[in-house]
Write a protein that binds this ligand. Sequence first.
Ligand SMILES: [Zn+2]
Length: 382
Amino acid sequence: MHPSTATIKQCAFLHLRKPSVTSTICNEYKDVLDSWPDSKHQLPLVYSPKYNITFFGIEKLHPFDSAKFGKIVQALQTQCSIKSSQFVTPKEADLQMLSDVHTETYLNKILHSSWTVAQVTELAPLVSLPNWLLQWRVISPMRHHVLPHQISPMRYHVGGTMAAAGLAMEYGWAINLGGGMHHAYSSAGMGWCPFDDIYLAVRKLRKVSGGEVKRVLYIDLDAHQGNGVERDKLSHKDEDLIILDVFNAGIFPKDYEANPAINIAVELRSGVSGNSYLQHLEEALTKAGQDFGQPDLVFYNAGTDVLTGDPLGRMDVDVQSVMKRDEMVWRHALEVARAPIVMVLSGGYSKNSAAVVTDSIRNLMEKFDLLSKGCGQQSHVT
Ligand SMILES: [Zn+2]
């Protein structure tokens, strides 16, 4: 018998990976990963069960479905035949890691003040609860021995985004099935965002890659203007962080001080349709290609609060258009930027948010052969 000559498709993003960086950074991610994953068996899908926030029902006072991350993972396992062992589990970001971007004063407040946690999560009833309880259930869950300085699920999301950025160097792509806290900046948090996981991840990757990753194209398509990353970019005078932001200008946060940080701003109105939204996005991506060439990394904030019926995003973008949107960004990374892509989920407050995220990731997997040889699947060529 001749060995099988069947051609196993290879994920096109594998050609964009940076092996030289990967070989040097594996050991630099021990702070957020117990071990660097084996690409023959694991996928660059980052998730921890600790992402999900449950707070005796109080969390339901906010439209954010704080358990949606687990729903997405379950659906991906069922619909895409992904085994639980193929996901990469991050560790939580510790105080030292957070202090790379956040001030000591702010970290003290978010880690010790119930009022600050209530303000950031927009859950007023939390003000009356002891801070150790909030740290445990909101900022650092499932701990049996809770210390006041340990604030939670949110810290796992940060660890996940940092890990995903590193993994994109190995696979050419990576998704944190959480993260995207784009309203937080060095000295403040707001809108369910206590920490700027995106800028923390960018800074870490730049540092450990020895300069090979410098210029980053950050594409923020969450419905809200992403003011936190912008403010941190301004305070660091970071010209190598190129920001493309498409957002509803009529809703929170209306942060005019953050605007100068956005290189390509597309300000839309409430009720914008899927067709119009995609047209604006296409023009913005074309401009990014023309004006900023080929970055070293594409960082994609894929908020799904643009969906029709989302109570906070107030746009009218249908499910098919959201899937098309994600595909357009990934294609831009592959064919125009020619750079690895890391995606975070960010906002999404409609009841179908988890299902739409799952459908879109499944679509990306099919369109770009993300589950093919070298990406968590053993080669069957004999
Ligand atoms: Zn949002």
